[in-house]
Ligand binder design. Sequence first.
Ligand code: AGP
Length: 603
Amino acid sequence: MCGIVGYSGPGNSVGPIIEGLSRLEYRGYDSAGICLKINNELQIIKKEGKLDNLKKLIEEKKPFSHTGIGHTRWATHGEVTTDNAHPHGNEVFAVVHNGIIENASTFKKQLIAEGFHFKSQTDTEVFLVLLTKFYKETQNTLQSISKTFSSLSGNSAFVIIEKSSDKLYCIKRSAPLVVGENKEKREAYVSSDPFALIGFAPRIYFPQDAVICESIVSDQDVNINFYELDLKPSKRFKFQSNAMSMDATTKGPYEHFMLKEIHEQGALINKLAAFYIKNEGRKILEGLKGFTTPEWHITACGTAWHAGIVIKNYFEQINRQRASVDIASEFRYKNPILNKGEISLFISQSGETADTLACQELCKEKGIPSYSIVNVEGSTLFRNSDKNFLIHAGVEIGVASTKAFTLQALTGYLMGRAMEGTLDQPELFSEIQLLSNRIDELCANADSLKEVAEKIYSKKGFIFTGRGKYFPIALEGALKLKEIAYVHAEGYAAGELKHGPIALIDENIVNIAIVGPELLEKTVSNVEEVKARRGKIVIVGPKNLEEIEHLADAYIALDFEGLPNLSPLYVNVALQFLAYHIAKLKGTDIDKPRNLAKSVTVE
Ligand code: AGP
C-alpha cells in the first residue's frame, strides 16, 4: 500500500524522504513523488513506476530543500499515471494521502460547479482543492485542515506542507501515521510507518484519529503540537521511542528479506516464549487463566487467516472452546451471529488490513470485545483492541509473510495454554525450544529443499494436501508458492482430493503431501490415489519411514518427535523454503511480488 515520508529541518529533506520511501517499497506501490519547498515555491517531482524513476529525475535536478513530503502510491482512484501520482499541489499547499475519501465524487462535482479545476482523477486532489478553498476564506491553515477533514469521509491519512512556512501538518482516520522528532538535530518527521524513520527520529508519536499534528522547526528547536478539530490542544497521542535497530532495514548476508525472515524464526520463537512465559508478557497471558467464552470469532485475511485456523485447532483441542474462523472480507458482509459473552480475535501482521479493521468495528458495534494477535504496536488494530497479544516478530519486509505466521500461531498456542493454566509446565517450554532447534536445523540444511525445488519447479500446478492440524499448513504452503512464484497452487484437505480435485492429477501436477505421524495410513492412501494417476509426489513426512518413501518422487524427511503440538509450524518452514527456492528458479521478485502489497489498507 501507499507510503508517506515527510521532513522538515536544517538538512536537505531529499535524503531522508527518499531513504524512507525506499524502506516502504516492500508495501507495494505503482508510482512515486516528492514535493519540496524551495525559495517559497512548492516544487513537485513525480513519476509513475518504481522509485528509481523518481530518483533519476531528482538526480538530474539535485534539489536542496529544508522541507518536503514524499509518497509511493498504490492506485485506488484513478489509473497509474504521473498526473495521478502524489503529491498533489497548487499555489498554496501540497498534499500526500493514504487511504480512500469515500465522498470525494460528491465534493468534486460541487467544487467543479464552483469553478475549481482538477488535474487528476484522484480523490486526494479533492482534499487539496477543498483545503485551498477554505484557506482562501479563513487564511488559517489549521482551521482549513479541520474543516476539510471534517467534511470528507473514509479511512485516510493526509500530510500537508504549505508555501508560506516550513511546517509539516498531518491528520488521519483509521490509517497508520506517525510523527517523529530528532531534538538534537532539530528535525521533524512524519510517516505512514515508523520503520521509515529508524535511525532518523529517535522519538515518535502516534496521534489518534482526527488529531491535527503540526511540526514546527525553528533555529533553536523542534516542536510538535497536537490539536483537536476545534483547535484546542489535544492529548490524544502516544509517545514511543523509535529504538528499532538499523539492521532491520538491511538484508544482511541474505539474498532476500524473505530468506532472512525465514532464518529469523528460530530465535524469534525462543524470544516470544521467554517474553510470554518468563518476562513482562507473562502478566498479559495470566489474565487469560481460566478464561472461557462460548465462542471465539477469529477473523483475518490471507496468511493470518491460516494462522487463525491453526489457533482455532488449539482452542478447540486444548481448551475445548468453540472457535469459528472467518475470512474478514466474508465475515463483514455475512450478518454474523454474535452473542453477548463471545470474543472476537483479529489476527494481523500489519494491523492495518482494511477488511480486518472493518470486522473489528462491526464486532465493537455489537458489543463484542475485540482481542488482537498483531505485530505492529500502535497500528490501528492495536489501538482499537481491548486486549493485544503482540507477536514481536520485528519488521516483516518480505511481502510474503513467514515469521509473522509462525509467531501468530505460537502466540495463539500460548494463549490456549494460558487459559488452561499450564504455562509453567516444563514440557511447554521444552517443546517450544525443540521447535526452535528443529527450525534452525532446517535452515542449516535448506539446500536439500533447493534440490527438491529443482525437480518440480517447472510443473504446471501444485496441490498441497494435509489432514487435521496440517490442513491449514497445506493452505499456507500453497499461498506462499502462489504469491512469490506466480504458479497455480492450492491447499486441500487430503481426504478431500477424491471429491473432485483428483480429476486434475496427471504427470504435470505435483502433490505436496504433508504426512504427519497422526492418521498416517489414511494420508498415505491419499498419496497412493495420486500416484495411481501418475501425479508427481513430494512427501513432507517423518524421518526413517522407508515404507512410504518409495511412493515419493522427492521425500522431505522431518523429525516430528517431541512436537505433539507444534509440528505444523515446523512443517510450514519446510514449505516456506520450498516456495522460496521454486520462486528463485522462476526468477520472480521474491520480496516484492507483482500485484501484491504488504498491507492491504483498502477494501
Ligand atoms: C501473506 O503472505 C500475504 N502477504 C497476505 O495474505 C497477508 O497475510 C494478508 O494480506 C493479511 O495481512 P495482515 O496480516 O497484515 O493483516
